[in-house]
Design a protein. Structure first.
Length: 208
């Protein structure tokens, strides 16, 4: 496989031709915020958080942008911060619950993004929070779903379709009320837990 050279945040790296900016960055311990990216799945770019600046002139999604020889990537430019930070803050404001008591507390991708961007929780509190905390919903006989914290990344849907080979999980509604649902009565779920393992914010909770 052909090798190419590119620069990320001022450092030069060698990469396989056909790799994405995200793959090369993560392989070299350069963190790029993301919620919908998973190395086992086809990148969808749904969360829009992995934006990087290419050659000092345009923003692109790192998960869907193939590397090119001589490419210069900046993951922390003012333009990147201005594009990504408001999205993250709105996602945080849309959460009904605090991190306390969450099964993913300490292992949550959204927490990692907040730390990476140094998000000020006090500022985010001034944004509009949802007024009603919704109860857990039974997704299948084996799983509960917490719509309060769901970021609509689609990883669970992709996992069920691409990894497990079924299409049991899907989106319902549009806009703000969008949530995850299960097709049928849930009896087809084999409790493989692959969707639970890949959920970046822990909204799928196995029943005890």
């Amino acid at each position: 496989m052909n090798k190419i050279c590119l620069t990320i945040n001022g450092s030069q790296f060698e990469a396989d031709e056909g790799s994405t900016v995200m793959e090369v960055a993560l392989a070299n311990n350069i963190y790029i915020p993301h919620l919908c990216y998973n190395p086992d799945l086809v990148p969808s770019g749904a969360c829009r958080l992995c934006q990087v600046e290419i050659n000092g002139s345009k923003l692109a999604l790192a998960c869907r942008t193939p590397v090119e020889d001589g490419m210069v990537v900046d993951t922390k430019s003012p333009a990147v911060d201005a594009a990504v930070r408001p999205i993250v803050e709105l996602i945080i404001a849309d959460h009904h619950s605090t991190c306390s008591g969450c099964p993913s507390n300490g292992n949550c991708e959204l927490q990692r993004i907040m730390a990476h961007l140094r998000i000020d929780r006090r500022r985010v509190r001034n944004l509009k929070f949802p007024q009603e905390k919704l109860p857990l919903e039974p997704l299948t006989p084996y799983l509960d779903y917490d719509s309060n914290k769901c970021v609509r990344c689609g990883i669970c849907i992709q996992t069920c379709e691409k990894i497990y080979g079924a299409s049991h999980i899907y989106y319902v509604n549009r806009g703000y009320p969008t949530k995850i649902a299960y097709f049928g009565n849930g009896t087809h779920c084999d409790f493989c837990l692959e969707c639970v393992k890949r959920c970046p914010v822990g909204v799928l909770i196995p029943k005890q």
